[in-house]
Design a protein. Sequence first.
Length: 116
Amino acid sequence: VQLVESGGGLVQPGGSLRLSCAAFGFTFSSYIMRWYRQAPGKERELVAVISSTGSSKNYEDSVWGRFTISRDNAKNTVYLQMNSLKPEDTAVYYCNALRGGVAEYWGQGTQVTVSS
């Protein structure tokens, strides 16, 4: 089982990044997928969540209207499109797969730095 994030990097305030998380070794389409982030000195926080079919999405208040979570079950991949990035979005972003009462998996994280 593996979750592999990519797409992080350094971007200027107001810029955009698209994170990807590819899943291996489990039935991706049966899992809720979530993006978390953890900034230095802070607790890990939930940023966005998408249902197994993609029909339901939810976001943390500070990213609402700027971030979009999506998934492609044919490609076993979940995405996080991040627009209008702010310095406070700087964090390590983690992909999470959850099937309640059955299993939960984490990726290794990808660094996002928003700075001029």
